[in-house]
Design a protein around this ligand. Structure first.
Ligand SMILES: C[S@@+](CC[C@H](N)C(=O)[O-])C[C@H]1O[C@@H](n2cnc3c(N)ncnc32)[C@H](O)[C@@H]1O
Length: 371
């Protein structure tokens, strides 16, 4: 540590000792100058302690389709109780909780959508994420056991390829729930990526771990001349075939099933995408994957890594959320941009560019070139 770092550390330690002192905490709340700051700190602490409950209120709103019910305007408690199939006292309790969180608004004698409620009402993809959260919450009831890796929970079963077995043998039934969920939430990610990166300059796009082809369909709609290729596990590739066929895109799409860690990837793309993939892997399998991708690309071809990245402004809570999500899943971790770049460099990529995009909490877009 240099002199400046040592000085900073002494200062921070003094601050921590001061704030940890209950007498200081009481003083800071009484003093009119420090009170706003102390209140903000107390509120942040309360929000953290109660956050799990807030999330469950949101899950209840989503599961009971509250936002749909209020979409056309405010309703009274009696009408809402019928719509949500709850008793009137239970309806009132839920709506008061929702109102306190900005998810609904008291209007006249009833309730309407609040700002946040209206935002959820217009975002079925965000609601799909909320509705799949209970699996994660169940695994998080004992976070210390999870950290000690003492048990395998429901989320690990939901993502059956995460156990590192033989993913290419997964059945249609095993891949169905997570594939449908990924497809339902992909359009938001696709919009972020395709607004930030112009695919029309390319000839052939290969989406690796491309799920049911929702990203390819969005990219193909924006760049009608683009040839499309998808690689995923055989059972998922089959789902992609059906989806792309009904979207009328099969004629311009090649679909390949296999294991992207051990099978050769299709050649000839001048741009490839790995969307919500690298963070599913520990460093050794991420390296294996990236080297395999590099083998399929000619020098000068582009690779886009699209996923939530730690340390990016606007994505700060990702380490808590996705750090524990991947822990429950049993594999992977959110990475900082520099850590992803280091893996890419080791795999034969360079000339990195982190694109600007509107919602880094959803995904960041890192562009690399095969060198
Ligand atoms: C988190 S999902 C992301 C799907 C899609 N890219 C998206 O963003 O919607 C990960 C995808 O990687 C695929 N996958 C996982 N392990 C694989 C493997 N070893 N070989 C090929 N695909 C794999 C899964 O089937 C799944 O479709």
């Amino acid at each position: 540590m240099n002199f400046f770092d040592q000085w900073l550390e002494r200062l921070r330690s003094r601050r921590d000792r001061l704030v940890a002192d209950p007498r200081f905490q009481r003083w800071a709340l009484k003093n009119p100058i420090t009170r706003p700051l102390a209140r903000r700190g107390a509120r942040a602490g309360l929000d953290l302690a109660a956050g799990f409950v807030y999330s469950q209120v949101l899950v209840a709103c989503a599961q009971l389709k509250l936002f749909d019910a209020l979409r056309d305007g405010p309703l009274g408690v009696d009408a809402l109780a019928t719509r949500l199939t709850l008793s009137e006292p239970a309806t009132r309790r839920l709506l008061e909780a929702a109102a306190s969180l900005g998810l609904a608004e008291r209007r006249g004698g009833g309730y309407g959508l609040g700002l946040l409620g209206a935002a959820f009402a217009g975002n079925s993809q965000a609601l799909a994420i909320v509705e799949h959260q209970p699996l994660l919450y169940a695994d998080l009831t004992d976070p210390v056991a999870l950290l000690r890796q003492e048990k395998r929970g429901g989320l690990a079963d939901y993502w059956p390829y995460s156990d590192g077995g033989a993913p290419e043998t997964l059945s249609a039934q095993q891949v169905a729930p997570y594939s449908a969920f990924m497809a339902a939430t992909q359009p938001l990610v696709a919009q972020e990526a395709l607004d930030a990166y112009d695919m029309s300059r390319h000839r052939r796009l290969l989406d690796i771990g491309g799920g049911e082809g929702a990203f390819l369909a969005a990219a193909g709609a924006r760049a009608p001349h683009l040839q499309l290729a998808l690689f995923d596990l055989p059972a998922v590739a089959e789902r992609a075939r059906k989806r792309l066929e009904s979207a009328g895109l099969l004629a311009r799409t090649e679909i390949h099933g296999g294991d992207f860690l051990s099978d050769a990837l299709p050649q000839g793309a001048d741009v490839a995408t790995l969307i919500r993939i690298v963070h599913d892997h520990d460093d050794s399998s991420a390296l294996k994957l990236l080297r395999n991708v590099r083998k399929a690309l000619a020098p000068g071809a582009m690779l886009l890594i699209i996923e939530g990245m730690s340390g990016v402004k606007g994505a700060e809570p990702l380490d808590a959320y996705y750090g524990f999500y991947t822990l429950a899943m049993g594999r992977g971790e959110p990475r900082r941009v520099e850590a992803i770049e280091a893996l890419l460099r080791e795999s034969g990529f360079g000339k990195f560019r982190l694109l600007r995009n509107a919602l880094p909490a959803l995904a960041s877009i890192l562009v690399a070139e095969a060198v």
